[in-house]
Design a protein. Sequence first.
Length: 399
Amino acid sequence: MMFINKHIVVGVCGGIAAYKAAGLVSQLRQRGADVHCIMTEHAAKLVTPITFGELSGNDVTVDMFANINKWDVEHISLAQLADVFVIAPATADIIGKIANGIADDMLSTTIMATTAKVIFVPSMNTNMYENPIVQENIKKLRKLGYIFVEPESGHLACNASGKGRFPSLEKIIFRIERILSGRQLLKGKRVVISAGGTKENIDPVRYIGNRSSGRMGYAIARAAAIEAADVVLVSCTEALPAPEDVRMIYVRDARELDKAMKSLYEESDIVIMAAAVSDYRPIAAANQKIKKEENDDLMIHLSLNPDILFDLGQKKTHQFLVGFAAETNDVIAHGRNKVERKNLDMLIANNVAMPGAGFNVTTNIAAILYKDGTLQQYPKMAKEELGKIIIEKIAEKCN
Ligand code: PMT
């Protein structure tokens, strides 16, 4: 939703990563943004403007004086149109030009003329990136309010390894979203979120687990980071990429999760338990792999794990405490019961038996219940969107 009806100008420079900007343009358009591309002449030698035209659905500008068929001054109209301006890849050349007030082509003149937030995505050879002149220019631009997405380290097109790689699209899209949101709804708030399913060891190779992927909790963490919260994500999975600007703590079983959540509790303003916690664990995990040759049948004795959310509810002082309920029947009634019993401020109830909801899918169907008994029900939507709604609703209650 954040991208719908938003105008994003993407400036593409003549670095070998220019082809990766095509993926960025495509992703932005898929999210509903109106994307306009300006390419430098060097960029147009690496990737044809037709590619960016096709992917953006708009004319691509390279030459300031070619095809003058509209009599508004194009670099000014694009500069004014932009809600966000992204330079990807940003070469040493464009960084140097803007830092020194040089506007001598379509891209540099438009950047100079815009009042929109400008994000540079530097991508170049390590030595070029680390050159003190480039670093000085970056420092100067940062001071002036320009935003930089750090390049990644790894294999470079020049067959060397080092810092200078074009970052993941998610990193760039996250920065853009933060600007588009512009609200900073949770600035100054410490938000602790748990995600994924706990794994209770039976022996060194087997465990009791559940079908939680962690997607729901990760989506909430991302949404909280977009709203400028100080986010800690306690994750029971390592399978998902860490969200941007989020501190990660990895745990395996319910007792590790319990310890992590309780150690963070005092300093937290908002705590959200999206993790699927195993209610039971084997009384003692075997030290060696259990051999079938030695056991015709096998009994595993289980003991109860701590109910982390319940304990947090008992200890609550200033925290806004949010739980989840994974139910298969009487979802609202069970949810209401949990709000009461676990002393929660909010609960997200999902019917995990419905197609497109619950475990290990990219969508969810949820109802938000509040401690005053009110209720909001939502249709099926992407977990990313639901995460944003949950964060908005929490912010409404906390601010
Ligand atoms: O990870 P995904 O694949 O995206 O799936 C998302 C989800 C279905 C896991 C998520 O939306 C969800 O419902 N999470 C909670 C799952 C769960 O454990 O529900 P529950 O009804 O058993 O527990 C109720 C609440 O108590 C939960 O907030 C849970 O984190 C907490 N709990 C439960 C047991 C326990 N021993 N300690 C707890 O803190």
